[in-house]
Design a protein. Structure first.
Length: 318
């Protein structure tokens, strides 16, 4: 992996630290008018819900009266988290490894058998890998985990109407997408010579925003909401594993889990109208998905991305 020039690193931190760190959150939150969370009668599904941002969103929803089902790979972590939350309705959980599409299909079947119906889906599960790792389904791990499995889950829940007619879907994306133009054929790079972890991650996160734009425009039920959000720079276990240098530099100003989950809970509570077809929400405000001139790609639409994901998913089911 090429070494990033010091001048570029300095420019990056100077530009984004005041906004994406806890500094930006603390300043913006001064002007927010907060209403209490009231999720009584709702049922939430939170993927990546055993720790970090997902666990914080799950806990806040449960404490506000929602019935919450968390999904992650590790049953012991899920059980420990569920037992740690004191809420009117205990958190329950299901296991699934989002790096395997067959696990997501099994999860969909488990949900059907359980007779569940969801008001809110928070698709939070995600990883960033430095080296290319193929799954036993012969796909790149971060592609499957960060976008393909997300899409399979959303589409499956919509087609079976397990997502209610007024449901809210929230994808936890990332500012890691901002430097990357969508190139569909690069979403699932399986050539080690061409693979770059940050780019694979960024493309998947951009695809999350595009798929939410697709479902927003295609929605059969006008009361359904589809959002992508950016949590800011959060001190999570995942970030510590994948970006230890970043954490070492910014440890004192990184957001905690509740700050990272704040916009998730805000979107679920307020369900604001979104003006753009494709947007990313950050600190309770709708924002553009492009901040650099080189990233828009008019030749690739959200429909193209969804068709590509559907084609790959169908091939794995054949």
């Amino acid at each position: 992996m090429a070494k990033v020039p010091l001048s570029k690193l300095i420019k990056f931190y100077v530009r984004f630290t005041p906004s994406y760190s806890a500094i930006g959150y603390n300043l913006r939150s001064i002007f927010w008018r907060n209403r209490p969370n009231q999720f009584n009668g709702q049922t939430w599904l939170v993927t990546g819900g055993s720790e970090g941002i997902g666990a914080s969103a799950a806990r806040q929803a449960a404490e506000a009266g929602a019935r919450v089902i968390c999904v992650a790979r590790d049953a012991k972590k899920l059980e420990a988290f569920a037992q740690s939350v004191k809420s009117p309705i205990p958190i329950t959980w299901l296991t699934a490894d989002f790096s395997r599409t067959r696990d997501v299909h099994r999860l969909l079947e488990d949900i059907k058998v359980g007779g569940h119906s969801f008001d809110v889906l928070v698709n939070n599960v995600g990883i960033q890998k430095h080296q290319m790792i193929l799954t036993d389904e012969e796909m790149e791990t971060s592609f499957v985990t960060n976008i393909l499995s997300h899409h399979i889950l959303v589409k499956g829940l919509l087609e079976t109407r397990i997502l209610k007619d007024n449901a809210t879907v929230i994808e936890v994306a990332s500012g890691g997408m901002y430097n990357h133009k969508m190139v569909i054929d690069d979403l699932n790079i399986t050539d080690p010579a061409r693979y770059a972890g940050p780019r694979a991650y960024g493309l998947a996160k951009r695809a999350q925003c595009m798929t939410m734009g697709f479902w927003k425009e295609k929605a059969v039920y006008p009361q359904q909401r589809f959002y992508a959000m950016h949590p800011g720079w959060v001190d999570t276990a995942s970030v510590n594993r994948s970006m230890p240098r970043f954490v070492a530099i910014l440890k004192s100003v990184l957001r905690d889990h509740d700050k990272g989950a704040d916009t998730i809970v805000y979107l679920a509570r307020e369900r604001p109208d979104q003006k753009r077809s494709e947007a990313i929400w950050f600190d309770r405000k709708e924002r553009t998905t492009h901040i650099y001139a080189h990233t828009p790609n008019p030749g690739v639409s959200a429909h193209d991305v969804v068709n590509h994901l559907d084609t790959i998913a169908a091939a794995r089911m054949a």
